[in-house]
Design a protein around this ligand. Structure first.
Ligand code: IMP
Length: 180
């Protein structure tokens, strides 16, 4: 199956506005404290780099990345979540915000929350850009949400189909490329 970007679902201007609001909330809560943002590769890289730059300098921010299994070339989740790249910074006693592109079934974030609890984090919160609420299979707390979206596959602003289209500045729906 070959897909291409279709209509814009959320424009880069809307994303920038919402990121400012979320960053304000996080900056207020963590003012004068240390905070480690952990971005989930690869989808959250663009979101996290914009979010981190909008955080007030009074927050002692560190940035870490890790990797959990993703969709690959399919638009259906496998239901299994493997942590394929662990963080290298010390997690014990740290205040952490997991930064993720999308919460869909919730399985990835549930696994990640368990991982940080098991590694002795002082606190764990979750910040997602997009929430596909209708698709949730497991209950998982999400403290900061950019946008709730319908059950549709999206690409752009870090999100891919088969590793492509991450570079689009806005978030798009997709449509199938017709065969001539
Ligand atoms: P969950 O474990 O089902 O919540 O899946 C979350 C992960 O699925 C996200 O981090 C994305 O990598 C991927 N994902 C879910 N929906 C989409 C989508 O519409 N486009 C691209 N990736 C998606």
């Amino acid at each position: 199956m070959e897909l291409k970007p279709a209509d814009v679902l959320i424009s880069h201007e809307q994303i920038a506005e919402r990121i400012k609001e979320i960053a304000q909330e996080i900056s207020y809560k963590y003012a004068g404290q240390d905070l480690m943002m952990i971005g989930i590769l690869r989808g959250a890289v663009i979101f996290m780099s914009d979010l981190a730059r909008a955080i007030d300098p009074s927050v002692g921010l560190t940035m870490e990345f890790m990797k959990a299994s993703s969709y690959g070339a399919s638009t259906q989740s496998s239901g299994k979540v493997a942590i394929t790249q662990q963080p290298t910074m010390e997690i014990k006693d740290r205040q952490i915000i997991i930064v993720e592109d999308i919460v869909d079934t919730g399985l990835t974030l549930k696994r990640l929350r368990e991982y940080f609890a098991a590694h002795g984090a002082k606190s764990v919160e979750v910040c997602v850009l997009l929430d596909k609420k209708d698709r949730r299979v497991v209950d998982v707390p999400v403290e900061y949400t950019g946008f709730v979206i319908p059950d549709e596959f999206v690409v752009g602003y870090g999100m891919d189909f088969d590793e492509k289209m991450r570079n689009l500045p806005s978030i798009h729906k997709v449509c199938q490329v017709s065969e001539e």
